[in-house]
Design a protein around this ligand. Structure first.
Ligand SMILES: Nc1nc2c(c(=O)[nH]1)N[C@H]1C(S)=C(S)[C@@H](COP(=O)(O)OP(=O)(O)OC[C@H]3O[C@@H](n4cnc5c(=O)[nH]c(N)nc54)[C@H](O)[C@@H]3O)O[C@H]1N2
Ligand SMILES: Nc1nc2c(c(=O)[nH]1)N[C@H]1C(S)=C(S)[C@@H](COP(=O)(O)OP(=O)(O)OC[C@H]3O[C@@H](n4cnc5c(=O)[nH]c(N)nc54)[C@H](O)[C@@H]3O)O[C@H]1N2
Ligand code: SF4
Ligand SMILES: [Mo]
Length: 727
């Protein structure tokens, strides 16, 4: 016994947080041995959402941290070597190792030169949520680029359409707590791939079902969640607004609304009711591919099962009119009063619960000290191809981009309209720096590649978009190789640029304190975080937000009390904000240009869903053999309905060519011999992968477009038309 205790004492357990772009933001316990090597990662059993387990992707995390393929040192492109896709493992032929000192000196020198010749706005930072830590996502980097005067990036690629839409209705992104889904009598997963992307919600749904609750999935694709549902509605892509309005039509026709809640808490009901009259079940059925009876059944079941919770995830808003779709669906629980009940309501994101001191960590005020003496122009990340190829042609857009600084993102794989992005990245006059953990599709175009730490190798603070816990992620191991954190990198660059503001010397600890706005006693002064002490975070790793501290006795029922952060102070069915922009203040259905009902329907007949992989995280993990094996059944496949395949003489396993005006790719057809098919007729689906792991050096984003969403100017990955033929 004693020997065992002695041996175990040579291990330490460190509280970390998974920083990948996932709603679950798991609390991770990292076991580190006496040599400083991490030997185990596990989910923290004491965190009520993590519940002691990690997803399959991160359960294997040490394969990633200690992968022989990691970028370990700063690397510089050898003179004269052209930019473009590199076979895996051939990086050493293209890049040579240099010291951090040399890399930082040379990069800051080049950025200064670009700024002097063309103006600071010709430098474009490009980052997203490869790291969702508060500091890793946006802190020292923002300070640096504001002070530099670099273009600002509108980070729209994922959630902006839905976020803007939700806020039009509710003013703030709050929603049903994940833990409370276990109390629901009905759960609707609406454009939400719970098994693939949000696995920690699943145990709550299982609990709900054990208590007699039902699960309905509304998704054109038959996800694993859909396969397990009581009812899977394989709605046609981009028609959710029509369905939600049709449900309202039935609810109001049959008097199933919660009149008291509507009167007390909402604005614009009469006008919405007028609008909903137009959306008869017959019309809605025609658009959505449902029967009128199904529209009625869904409406009745939703309005009469209380509590009813909608897990509205980000799938719906990746369509051309996806903002309106989210906005319309978001109104449903206000109409039925579902917010009144614990386990009722809806959740798109919980991120509005976290009141970090963002001004302190991002310092937007530094823009006034930049050479521009003003905030720089804004470039939309969802149109990167345009930003790198045509931006600058019209004077009103500002200058052409001359330098690109990429971190926390792999635009060479994830950005829409891959061929345009690639033309941009190949420009010989574009100076590109990439801070990365691996040699990705983007590092293939870099002049410099800098090694980045993983969440085991740096300290950070984190909120979540799927729960209400503040978490501290403590550095568990020394950086692998010469990897350095984002905070360190931009602090070093700032010093080389001669930025003398003291904030550029801050390290992670100082910035954690700033984000929490700690008082002298070590407690946060942020709204809703006043009970959170840094010491508690260090000890436990996670502390719930104030309104979520005692949900057993005082459940959190969002939007049921007080004045909301909308213009009317109420839940808004009708938006004067939209009206003042010349837009329809009420929701209405409009088919996407690239859809079977849209203007381009005659050009290409099939709706293409360029989906995510269940075992990767966007493009992250796609290069690891263990993860590729888990994804083998769907990787580089095109899933087709048997009728669409037969009409084209395509059989399961055939090589097929998929194309539209933007590009083409060959994949292997996956056609089920019998129903159920994973996709309805008229819809085909693929999965995101690294371009350079495909024989043609491309991925499915050759098909997706840079057209933007109706609200928030987000990406429209799911509004794409294609044709398919045997290769
Ligand atoms: N395993 C895994 N987990 C992930 C990710 C990953 O790549 N892999 N990515 C992470 C990221 S960045 C995010 S943003 C979240 C997103 O997680 P989700 O919000 O679940 O987003 P998606 O997977 O894009 O879309 C969800 C579902 O919407 C469906 N869908 C597509 N079009 C429509 C439509 O018009 N109507 C309806 N009703 N449904 C539609 C898709 O078929 C898909 O199954 O997941 C995160 N978690
Ligand atoms: N076809 C299609 N395209 C899509 C989507 C889709 O569903 N279909 N989904 C879209 C969505 S929702 C999103 S959110 C985007 C996501 O796009 P990205 O944000 O680019 O996400 P990832 O592909 O996960 O790439 C993140 C990269 O950041 C790196 N990284 C991780 N941590 C750090 C760090 O601390 N420092 C630095 N410097 N780097 C780090 C990782 O190694 C990884 O290569 O993709 C979008 N693209
Ligand atoms: S990717 Fe999501 S589910 Fe997996 S460990 Fe990270 S936070 Fe948890
Ligand atoms: Mo995302």
């Amino acid at each position: 016994m004693e020997a065992k205790a002695a041996a175990s004492s040579t291990f330490k357990i460190v509280h970390a947080v998974c920083s990948h772009d996932c709603p679950d933001s798991c609390a991770v316990l990292v076991t580190v041995d006496s040599t400083g090597r991490a030997v185990k990662v596990q989910g923290d059993p004491s965190q009520p959402v993590t519940q002691g387990f990690l997803c399959g992707k991160v359960a294997k995390y040490l394969d990633r941290v200690y992968s022989p393929d990691r970028v370990l040192f700063p690397m510089k492109r050898k003179p004269g070597v052209a930019k473009g896709p590199l076979p895996r493992g051939s990086e050493k032929k293209v890049f040579e190792r240099i010291s951090w000192e040399a890399a930082l000196d040379e990069i800051s020198g080049r950025l200064r030169e670009v700024a002097q010749r063309f103006g600071p706005e010709t430098v474009l930072p490009y980052s997203y949520a490869g790291n969702m830590g508060l500091l890793g996502f946006g802190s020292m980097d923002r300070r640096f680029f504001h002070r530099f005067g670099a273009s600002q990036l509108a980070r729209t690629i994922c959630s902006e359409a839905g976020g803007v839409a939700w806020n039009l209705v509710y003013g703030k992104k709050l929603g049903t707590p994940t833990e409370d889904f276990r109390h629901a009598r009905l759960v609707i997963a609406w454009g939400a791939n719970i098994h693939g992307n949000n696995i920690h919600l699943w145990p709550m749904i299982e609990d709900a079902r054990r208590n007699g609750g039902r699960l309905i999935v509304i998704d054109p694709y038959r996800t694993r969640t859909a396969g397990l549902a009581d009812w899977h509605i394989a709605i046609r892509p981009g028609t959710d607004t029509a369905l939600a309005l049709g449900m309202m039509h039935v609810i109001l026709r049959e008097g199933l609304e919660d009149a008291a809640f509507v009167a007390e808490r909402t604005h614009g009901f009469e006008r919405l009711a007028e609008r909903a009259k137009e959306y008869t079940p017959d019309r809605v059925a025609n658009w959505t591919g449902m029967t009128p009876g199904e529209v009625e059944q869904l409406a009745r079941e939703y309005a009469t099962a209380q509590p009813a919770a909608i897990r509205l995830n980000y799938g719906v808003q990746r369509a051309e009119f996806g903002g309106t779709a989210v906005r319309t669906i978001a109104m449903l629980p206000a109409l039925t009063g579902a917010w009144r009940y614990r386990g009722g309501g809806a959740v798109l994101s919980t991120s509005g619960g976290f009141s970090w001191d963002k001004e302190a960590i991002e310092r937007p005020d530094l823009a006034w000290s930049s050479p521009l003496k003003r905030p720089a122009r804004v470039v939309n990340m969802s149109a990167l191809g345009e930003a790198l190829t045509t931006l600058g042609e019209r004077p009103e857009d500002g200058p052409r981009v001359h330098a690109l600084f990429v971190y926390n993102s792999n635009p060479g794989a994830v950005a829409p309209n891959h061929n345009a992005v690639r033309r941009g990245l190949e420009r010989t006059d574009l100076f590109t720096v990439v801070h990365e953990q691996f040699f990705t599709d983007t590092t293939d175009y870099a002049d410099y590649v800098l090694p980045a730490t993983t969440f085991l190798e740096h300290t950070d603070l984190q909120g979540a978009y799927g729960h209400y816990f503040v978490q501290l992620s403590q550095q568990a191991i020394e950086p692998v190789g010469e990897a350095r954190s984002n905070v360190w990198l931009f602090s070093q660059l700032a010093q080389r640029m001669g930025f003398t503001e003291p904030c550029f010397l801050d390290g992670a600890e100082e910035m954690v304190a700033q984000a929490l706005a700690l008082d002298a006693a070590g407690y946060s002064t942020n709204y809703g975080m006043e009970h959170i002490a840094l010491e508690d975070l260090k000890r436990k790793g996670h502390v719930p937000l104030g309104f979520h501290r005692d949900i057993e006795h005082s459940p959190f029922l969002p939007y049921t009390q007080g004045t909301l952060a909308t213009p009317s102070g109420k839940i808004e069915f009708c938006s004067e904000t939209l009206a003042s922009q010349g837009l329809d203040p009420l929701p209405h259905f409009e088919p996407a240009t690239e859809s079977r009902w849209g203007a381009s329907a005659s050009t290409y007949p099939l709706e293409f869903l360029g989906r995510k992989a269940d075992h990767y995280m966007n493009s992250t993990f796609a290069n690891l053999d263990g993860h590729r094996r888990m994804e083998a059944q769907t990787s580089q496949r095109l899933e087709m309905h048997p009728a669409d395949a037969a009409a084209r003489g395509i059989s399961d396993g055939d090589r097929v060519r998929i194309w539209n005006d933007r590009g083409e790719i060959c994949l292997t057809a996956k056609v089920p011999a019998t129903e159920p098919s994973s996709v309805p007729q008229g819809v085909v689906a693929g999965r995101l992968d690294w371009a350079k792991l495909h024989p043609e050096g491309v991925n499915q984003n050759v098909l997706t477009s840079e057209r933007l969403t109706d609200l928030g100017k987000g990406a429209t990955f799911y509004s794409v038309l294609v044709e398919v033929a045997r290769a």
